[in-house]
Every structure is written in structure tokens, then in C-alpha cells.
Design a protein around this ligand. Structure first.
Ligand code: ZN
Length: 267
């Protein structure tokens, strides 16, 4: 997939929201680094260490997350869940990634999730919770799993997982109101972006999103057309507010967006 295609598929609100988040973050970083120096009496000069400590902390968490996978998860390869690894390799090639990311399978007590991240400056990797992978290995539905894999790989391609990216918006997550107005909004835009890239790569995997609602077995019995009808009905206040406070768009909005090939509503 060409970079120009990625550019077209990126949610139109993502870059503007990122720029606003970046500017606010720079302001917070500069404030945190200058106020302790300018006013050491009011605020101890040691507060100048807040930013380096935040960077060290993020790097540590990043290392711990990767270490946790290496220690407890199943590392995928040509000999370990080869069908899933093959999808990861193929999508890496289709997305023109520099390298095939490491990939892990881990059971998390029935949670249905997957994520892509990066070991600070070193390497990207994707993690799939076991129940997600069961969609393919127990239900025989590799199309839906492929959509989920493609969504995670899209996060890597779109630049969402780098340490620099995350540091550049990190402080906003700690500012109440701004977090809900900007930080989660940007996160929702990123999710739409990844969905849009994923459905282009795995057009038969639309039901992959329904797995998040109905689970890795019952999703097959969900009446998709009826679900879409629900998604088309006008939203009330509670869906709106749930969406506003969440890092992921309301699922009905995501399903509607990929079906109508529309960017999806952020607010
Ligand atoms: Zn995502």
C-alpha cells in the first residue's frame, strides 16, 4: 500500500488533532522545565526533573511490557501458529513495513483484545489475546482475524506506536478536561484510521469488529444486517457521552464507518 493511499485513508481529523495535542504538550513540557528554574522559591528546582523522569518512566514501562511478552507469551513464527504468522508477514509486505514486527499470543483470562506497540527505540511488535486468535483457530474464520491483524499493523504503518509520537502527546493524558477533549479524541481518530486501512487490506473481515461485542464464538450468530440497522438509528446522549470519554469510538460508529466507507464521527 502506497503512502499516498495511507494519507487518503487517514481520518481527516487525525492530523489536526495531533497538531493541537502536540502544541499543548510542548507548552506543558516547556512550562514544566522553565517554571522550576524561573521560580525556584515557589516551586522546587527539582521539579525540572519531571520531564526526564516521565521519559525514563515511559521507556521503562515500554521495556517491561515487551519483557512480559518475552517471558510469558507465545512468540509467533513460521513454526508457531504459522497461518497467523503468514498473515502478519503478508500484511507487512502489503503495508511496505521495513520489517516484520515481532508478534505474540497471550491468554488474558477471556479478554478480547490486541494491540500494537514499540519497544522504545528498537522494534515494533503486535500482541494478540488468545480469545481473538480463537476466531480463526476454533471458528475457522481467518477473514475476521485478518481484519484484526490488519488493524494493529495499520497502527504501526500510520506511525501511532513510536515513542516519539507518544511522548509528544503524553502530558495531555494527565490534564482532566483536555484529556477528554483532545487526547481521547485523537485516540478515536487513530482507531478510525486503522479501521479504514484494515478494511482496505481485509475487505472480507468486517465481522472482526463484532467479535469485540459478542465474543469469539457468538459473534458468528450476530445478525449483521440487524446490527447495522441499530447502528443507523439516531444516537442518544448516553452513547454520545460514552464515546466522548473513551479512547475508542463507540463500536456501532466503527461498524457504521467501515460499512459506509465514511471517516466516522469523533465527537
Ligand atoms: Zn486500534
Amino acid at each position: 500500500m502506497l503512502d499516498s493511499e495511507i494519507k487518503n485513508l487517514r481520518h481527516p481529523a487525525e492530523i489536526p488533532l495531533f497538531i493541537i495535542c502536540l502544541l499543548v504538550s510542548i507548552f506543558i513540557y516547556i512550562t514544566l522545565m522553565t517554571i522550576p528554574i524561573l521560580y525556584p522559591e515557589e516551586l522546587g528546582v527539582e521539579y525540572v526533573l519531571v520531564v526526564p523522569i516521565a521519559i525514563a518512566f515511559l521507556s521503562f514501562v515500554s521495556g517491561q511490557t515487551y519483557g512480559g511478552m518475552m517471558a510469558n507469551a507465545i512468540k509467533l513464527s513460521e513454526k508457531q501458529f504459522p497461518e497467523l504468522y503468514e498473515i502478519i508477514k503478508r500484511l507487512s509486505s502489503e503495508l511496505n513495513l521495513n520489517e516484520v514486527p515481532d508478534a505474540f499470543l497471550i491468554q488474558e483470562g477471556g479478554l478480547i483484545n490486541a494491540f500494537a506497540t514499540r519497544l522504545y527505540f528498537r522494534r515494533n511488535y503486535v500482541v494478540f489475546y488468545a480469545d481473538v486468535v480463537e476466531v480463526a483457530y476454533m471458528e475457522g474464520d481467518f477473514d475476521s482475524l485478518e481484519f484484526i491483524v490488519a488493524h494493529e499493523m495499520a497502527h504501526i504503518k500510520a506511525g501511532h506506536v513510536t515513542l516519539l509520537y507518544n511522548l509528544s502527546i503524553f502530558p495531555i493524558a494527565f490534564v482532566p478536561v483536555l484529556k477528554n477533549l483532545l487526547w481521547t479524541a485523537l485516540s478515536r481518530a487513530r482507531e478510525y484510521t486503522s479501521d479504514r486501512i484494515a478494511i482496505r487490506l481485509a475487505p472480507s473481515g468486517k465481522k472482526g469488529l463484532i467479535v469485540l461485542s459478542a465474543g469469539e464464538h457468538l459473534y458468528r450468530d450476530v445478525n449483521y444486517e440487524e446490527y447495522l440497522e441499530t447502528a443507523r438509528t439516531p444516537e442518544g446522549f448516553w452513547i454520545w457521552s460514552t464515546n466522548l470519554l473513551s479512547t475508542h469510538p463507540a463500536l456501532v460508529r466503527r461498524v457504521k464507518a467501515i460499512n459506509e466507507n465514511m471517516p466516522g464521527r469523533i465527537f
